[in-house]
Ligand binder design. Structure first.
Ligand code: PDD
Length: 288
């Protein structure tokens, strides 16, 4: 079942107009969430970011925060899912052809809940390969990466480069050549026991997983550095990992031609373990 606007409908009935500006122009925003044992992890943070993305594109959401929270749980439960991938999409809605957002009186809301598909265990044991690609991350003053928008062509182009180079994820630099982020993930590296990650000012999405990782690192006494980094600093790192809501903390074994010893990736492992503890605490109702 899919949540469409105001109700749950079977997926073959869940259709959106060809005049929807989400389809015509990529005009809209979305969030990806993960449910663990029937609990939508960090739901409030995702809803808050959805509202922030919407406000950055001057889109007024058709529902309140509470109504969207409720609709997300209804979708999860209608599909009898405990371990799930949930996507909340809000587009500008259907309207005549033309860029003017005022053409679309009613935004479209879609919530999809699918069974969570585990990543192959080898990704965590052996690590994944990433490539620093030529496609640059959107310039902040063109499309701010803080907007989690349906306009994903920047990321699709980067991903295509990664695929052509046999890599799992692409890492984009910002327009000035500083390391920014992956196509659907944030990037971290460890150098001399310091956990480093590009700061939000570089022009990245303020990942919810990223925030948790920074918090757990600080709680554990790991030194953290958010800043501007050049690709060379990644190549020379001791450990590298990527993060997002679905993958959590995923070790990287190779960046371009630089190799990393994932089995020795101590800080990556400790951080992933601490992240998992946060998930369990959240599920027990603490921290909600
Ligand atoms: N992507 N950077 C980008 C460009 C992203 O699209 C994402 C998330 C992240 C990580 O954010 P978070 O930790 O809040 O998931 C960073 C989701 C998973 C997606 O596009 O489906």
């Amino acid at each position: 079942m899919i949540y469409l606007n105001n109700m749950l409908v079977p997926d073959n009935k869940a259709v959106v107009s060809v005049f929807d500006h989400g389809f015509l122009y990529g005009d809209g925003v979305y969030e990806t969430l993960r449910a663990y044992d029937g609990v939508l992890f960090k739901l409030n943070e995702h809803i808050e970011r959805l509202f922030n993305s919407a406000s950055l594109i001057k889109l007024k959401l058709p529902k309140t925060r509470e109504e969207i929270r409720k609709a997300a749980y209804e979708t999860l439960q209608a599909n009898r899912l405990k371990e799930a991938y949930v996507r909340i999409t809000v587009s500008r809605g259907a309207g005549p052809i033309g860029l003017d957002p005022r053409l679309c009186p009613q935004p479209t809301l879609v919530i999809i809940a699918n069974p969570f598909k585990d990543y192959p265990p080898s990704y965590y044991k052996k690590g994944v390969k990433v490539a620093i690609v030529k496609t640059r991350r959107n310039f902040k003053r063109a499309i701010d990466p803080q907007i989690k928008s349906l306009n994903f062509l920047n990321n699709v182009l980067a991903k295509t480069e990664a695929i052509n180079r046999g890599a799992y994820e692409a890492v984009m630099l910002n327009y000035r050549g500083y390391v920014a982020e992956g196509t659907i993930s944030n990037i971290f590296f460890v150098k001399d026991k310091v956990l480093c990650t590009p700061s939000v000012e570089v022009g990245i999405l303020d990942g919810i997983t990223r925030r948790i990782i920074l918090d757990v690192a600080k709680e554990m006494g790991v030194k953290v550095k958010e800043g501007r980094f050049r690709p060379d600093e990644i190549y020379e790192a001791d450990e590298v990992f990527i993060s997002n809501t679905t993958m959590e903390v995923m070790p990287v074994k190779e960046v371009d031609n630089a190799m990393f010893n994932v089995s020795g990736g101590d800080i990556t492992k400790v951080i992933h373990k601490a992240y998992r503890t946060k998930v369990r605490e959240y599920m027990r109702g603490k921290d909600r």
